[in-house]
Design a protein around this ligand. Structure first.
Ligand SMILES: [Zn+2]
Ligand SMILES: [Zn+2]
Length: 241
């Protein structure tokens, strides 16, 4: 686990033939109130928990997992992790929380072909991702957690209920799979994706002042160039309708 800024650390994803999402640990350690942003790929729960322990984190101080969105590579190891994190809450945007609570796994797997592949590879049965969500986010909330303030921004397009978390005082943005390093953006062909919405979401994020960009995969960016997200949106505009 690597510290990025005060109250923000990072457990890099361990990609297999399917990517494993990064986990960000947010909250000031002294607060005893830590949040994980995303969980990761199925089979990566032990790795994520061991990384927390190796960093000296008391697992009892982990109070909640906030999902940037509920794709398989982000939520796949949630139940493995919850075995070691008793009482941990799950916070998800309402547009993905409600179907998930009803056992609708279309967003989790994204497409039927991928669903069959994951179920075969990992032995998941239908209903494996029917989680109860403790807090349904809408976007626009100002979360006061762990001695920090994080704004929730609804950024649909990659998935219906994608959110970003933004720390305005440190200019840190956690955008899930909406925008990455190297002018890359998330795919927009899975269940619930929408290229027009994705474009709008990128333009919404482009208005923020961002110094540190912490995406769901690949490189993190600790010195974000000025207008980086606006430039990324511009490059992708012809493909986003
Ligand atoms: Zn995704
Ligand atoms: Zn992902």
């Amino acid at each position: 686990m690597a510290k990025i800024a005060e109250g923000v650390s990072f457990i890099p994803g361990q990609d297999e033939f399917i990517p494993d999402s990064h986990v960000y640990v947010i909250g000031n350690p002294a607060s005893g109130d830590l949040s994980l942003v995303d969980a990761g790929l199925a089979g990566k729960g032990d790795y994520k928990i061991t990384s927390l322990q190796a960093a000296g984190i008391d697992l009892k101080s982990v109070r909640r997992v906030i999902m940037t969105h509920t794709h398989f590579d982000h939520i796949g190891c949630l139940s493995e992790m919850r075995e070691k994190l008793p009482g941990v809450e799950l916070w998800v945007h309402a547009l993905e929380a409600e179907p998930m609570e009803q056992g609708d796994e279309r967003t989790i797997y994204g497409m039927d072909m991928f669903k069959s592949m994951c179920q075969m590879q990992y032995g998941f049965k239908p209903g494996a991702f029917r989680f109860n969500v403790n807090r349904k986010l809408q976007g626009g909330e100002n979360l006061e957690i762990g001695g920090m303030a994080w704004e929730v921004i609804h950024i649909p397009g990659h998935s219906m209920g994608s959110i970003a978390l933004y720390d305005n005082s440190r200019k840190v943005l956690i955008p899930g799979d909406v925008v990455y390093a190297d002018y890359a953006i998330g795919r927009f062909d899975l269940h619930g994706a929408n290229p027009t919405e994705l474009k709008k979401s990128l333009l919404k994020l482009a208005k923020l002042e961002v110094d540190i960009l912490l995406p769901g995969h690949n490189q993190i960016v600790e010195k974000v160039p000025r207008d980086y997200i606006r430039e990324t949106a511009k490059q992708w505009e012809p493909y986003l309708g």
